[in-house]
Design a protein around this ligand. Structure first.
Ligand code: ZN
Length: 109
């Protein structure tokens, strides 16, 4: 089986667009399966998120992402790293378009 190539892109109108361009080359964020999760508890309870795959980022991209999330959520870089490995990269689905690879083009998730 070939490697998953699904990815997410964000709309230029979204406030996160500039940030995405900085971190993810060509505004493409590789996704992890299943793509969608629903937040249980916390401030985003019940909200839907796509899940990005941190293992597909370069070291440089990962470093930028960790720094950005650490600042944004006021948690230490070590905790951010742990959460990335455990849960993947949470992406609020607003203004985000996903493109499925051949392997996943027929699945709903
Ligand atoms: Zn895929």
């Amino acid at each position: 089986m070939s490697e998953c190539q699904c990815f997410a892109k964000i709309s230029k109108e979204d406030t996160r667009y500039e940030l995405w361009l900085k971190i993810y080359s060509e505004n493409k964020l590789p996704l992890r399966h299943p793509h969608i999760t629903i937040s249980e508890g916390g401030p985003w309870e019940g909200d839907q998120f796509y899940i990005g795959d941190p293992s597909k980022l370069t070291m440089e991209q990962r470093k930028m992402l960790v720094e950005m999330m650490s600042k944004k959520f006021h948690i230490s870089p070590i905790e951010v790293e742990y959460d990335l490995v455990e849960y993947g990269i949470p992406i609020k689905i607003d203004n985000v378009i996903i493109t499925r690879c051949k392997k996943h083009s027929k699945s709903d998730n």
